[in-house]
Design a binder for this molecule. Structure first.
Ligand code: DQA
Length: 146
């Protein structure tokens, strides 16, 4: 299964930013975990990170033509207000999508409790740390095999 993994703003600062919330593992360690789990499960994982909303939308639109079969996305803070990313996700109805958050966004500041992007996804995982990404992979594989 050809997967696209998108990480939004500040996720490249994993291990540096608020380790008490996001953990001490670096972004590179997260990529390593995603890639090795993908390999184990017979998937390929194209990992993309950007701090820019438009770049994320451009990458999502590319998925329409590049054979992507599943998307895992952590939109970072865009989760809470980017209707443009919501619309880009909605534009790919044939591709199953899982939204992942490292932290439990339902139990933090009020503004984080709402995701405007999750309703455009098939699966929504939060509060599982980096395991959320590998669980999302399992869900997308199970979705394919349904
Ligand atoms: C996050 C949660 C968001 O609220 C925050 O802005 C992030 C990371 C998470 O993975 O827990 O950047 O998406």
């Amino acid at each position: 299964m050809k997967l696209l993994v998108i990480n939004g703003p500040n996720l490249n600062f994993l291990g540096i930013r608020e380790p008490e919330i996001y953990g001490s593992e670096s972004y590179e360690a997260l990529l390593e975990k995603i890639r090795s789990y993908a390999k184990e499960r017979g998937c390929s994982a194209d990992c993309f990170q950007s701090n820019h909303e438009g770049a994320i939308i451009d990458r999502l639109q590319e998925a329409y033509r590049d054979g992507t079969e599943g998307i895992i996305i952590n939109p970072g803070a865009f989760t809470h207000y980017s209707y443009a990313i919501h619309d880009a996700l909605k534009s790919l109805p044939g591709i199953p999508k899982a939204e992942v958050h490292l932290s439990d966004i339902t139990a933090r500041e009020e503004f984080r409790a709402t995701s405007v992007t999750a309703p455009a996804c098939d699966y929504f995982l939060y509060g599982k740390g980096t395991d959320g990404y590998t669980e999302a992979m399992d869900l997308l594989l199970a979705h394919r095999d349904k």
